[in-house]
Design a protein around this ligand. Structure first.
Ligand code: GTB
Length: 220
């Protein structure tokens, strides 16, 4: 059965590929799975129909027959477990790839999200400017550790896996701040992810959804 995912009809990132439906689209593209997309508004995700699928009122969600999932990590793991291409058949390599998925969402993503909060939600606070260097340094700490682990390797643990997919997408969100560029091997790692045909298809699909939703000439 073809799954249906949700994505914003007008993504706040203006189609730059940063919204979390992109990691799900990318996983479906890597594994060659067709999918449908239900585009939703900010208002709609706070209403009962959507809350029945994601009690936190967020995208992405994933519906397949009578299975309804939320949390991009859980959706990605489900896809990777159902279809070959993102997890090794070797049990240890598989477990390590899942570890990297958790590391991406649980260890690397939180400080990157904190910078968004600092910039867009807390910027009017009296202490905002004073706190900003700390927020950025916490991201740098994680990027430095990851950079040191990756070294000259192509991917985090041998062949490209669901762990790389999640990590690349998490790191993309640190690029607009300029922090990713401070670590050339991580920039190159992200660029390798973006160069994958499956990523390009996922990016193009979310970009098209954004531009289709805009009045002519509004998107750039
Ligand atoms: N832990 C959940 C998961 O991984 O699925 C987090 C899901 C989440 O935060 N979803 C966001 C959402 O629905 C959209 S992706 N937010 C609405 C709300 O919470 O009310 C987050 C996002 C938003 C904006 C940008 N951007 O502008 O760059 C990037 C990503």
């Amino acid at each position: 059965m073809t799954p249906t995912i949700t994505a914003f009809e007008r993504s706040p990132d203006r189609g730059m590929g940063l919204s979390r439906d992109v990691r799900v689209r990318w996983a479906l593209e890597e594994t060659g799975q067709p999918y449908d997309v239900r585009l939703v508004s900010f208002a709609a995700i706070k209403q009962r129909t959507h809350l029945a699928v994601n009690p936190f009122g967020q995208i992405p969600t994933y519906e397949e027959g009578d299975l309804a999932l939320f949390e991009s990590g859980s959706i990605l793991l489900h896809i990777a477990e159902q279809h070959p291409g993102l997890l090794s058949a070797d049990p240890h390599a598989r477990a390590r790839a899942i570890t990297w998925m958790f590391a991406a969402v649980g260890t690397v993503e939180p400080p990157i999200l904190d910078l968004q909060t600092a910039k867009f939600i807390e910027s009017d606070k009296s202490w905002a400017d004073e706190r900003m260097p700390l927020v950025k340094d916490r991201i740098r700490d994680r990027l430095r550790q990851l950079s040191s682990h990756l070294g000259d390797a192509e991917w985090l643990d041998g062949a490209f896996s669901a762990g790389d997919l999640m990590m690349v997408h998490v790191l993309l969100r640190s690029r607009p701040s300029g922090l990713l560029d401070e670590f050339p091997n991580l920039s190159a790692y992200v660029a390798r992810g973006e160069a994958r045909p499956a990523y390009k298809r996922a990016f193009a699909a979310q970009r098209a959804a954004f531009t289709d939703a805009q009045p002519p000439g509004a998107a750039n």
